[in-house]
Design a protein around this ligand. Sequence first.
Ligand SMILES: NC(=O)c1ccc[n+]([C@@H]2O[C@H](COP(=O)([O-])OP(=O)(O)OC[C@H]3O[C@@H](n4cnc5c(N)ncnc54)[C@H](O)[C@@H]3O)[C@@H](O)[C@H]2O)c1
Length: 341
Amino acid sequence: MEGLSFGPLSILPSLAEELNPHRVAFLTNTTVERLWLEKAAEGIEEPIRIVIPDGEKYKSLETAVAIWKRLQEEGFTRKSLLIGLGGGVVTDIAGFVASTYMRGTLLGLVPTTLLAQVDAAIGGKTGVNFNGKNMIGTFYLPNFVLIAHETLSTLPEEEIRNGLGEVAKYALLDRKVYALARNFEGISETLIRECALFKVEVVEKDLGESGLRRILNLGHTAGHAIEKLSNYRIKHGLAVSMGLMVASKVGEELYGFDSGKTEELLKKLGLPTGHPFRAEEILEEMRLDKKAWYGRITFVIPVEIGDVVVEEVDEAVLKRALEATRDDSGSGDCQKPGGSA
Ligand SMILES: NC(=O)c1ccc[n+]([C@@H]2O[C@H](COP(=O)([O-])OP(=O)(O)OC[C@H]3O[C@@H](n4cnc5c(N)ncnc54)[C@H](O)[C@@H]3O)[C@@H](O)[C@H]2O)c1
């Protein structure tokens, strides 16, 4: 597994030096360049600076081509180090470019959003969008990931909440994360560390995503459908939060799971506990997804905190869970989380 380090940006030069690279290039976007590139590059000799526009739509092959070209012009080699500094969009493209340029260069990731620190930068999945999200990509483990808590100090509240959706997911999957999250008073280094380490542990057991890694889809089956139905107005993390509530209701009916624990947790984190759609609309969206995956879409169901099963669920059960979690009062808005970063 990749070397996961927790510490300030000032340790980046020593992480880079350990790899003895020919050259170092930073890949970042316009927003993170302004906020963090100078600090990250301190102590690294004449790094190449590649800055892409900010936004999911730039997670594209066109952007990858532009980066490959620039690396070639700069004489970047397989023994050079590409450092992706940014949110999940940047870390996904950095991984993709590093895995494909000259069949693979050295790669370091410095995730700067909560979502990227607990999820996107961990586990070796890289990619770009191409007629669909993440349609072109590779599995490529970075040489290091540096989780620098300080970078979250500039992250907007909305992006913190986006990441908290994934934190809530880990809390249902892991008792240690649950214990921290239910007493949430702001994003702590410990909470991020426990989430990140949990993902590392799962991924280490299943890099190719054939088995255990599927548990990381908890909340995502209904969540994706909700995200799509809202035309992506509902952000990923909030849709996942709604999806966790749906999955918990399914768990309650099938395995006696206490969905009140999920509700309490989501409220503590300032996340929505209900979705704004009709059950039939979400089911229809899920059926489309199921078709896209050759009818093999399964559901991750909480049995108790720290324990889930992965199985197909009868539509009637799903429908009841979707009806029980509908909240058309305010399209999933909710109170602020118990503190800030
Ligand atoms: N590879 C994986 O396993 C995996 C897992 C989950 C998500 N993803 C991908 O991650 C992407 C979403 O990641 P994201 O939520 O980080 O989005 P993002 O990268 O678009 O970042 C969100 C916003 O925050 C800004 N930002 C980043 N760091 C900042 C900082 N420190 N201060 C202020 N602003 C900052 C960005 O410029 C952007 O505007 C999606 O493309 C998704 O497919 C990948």
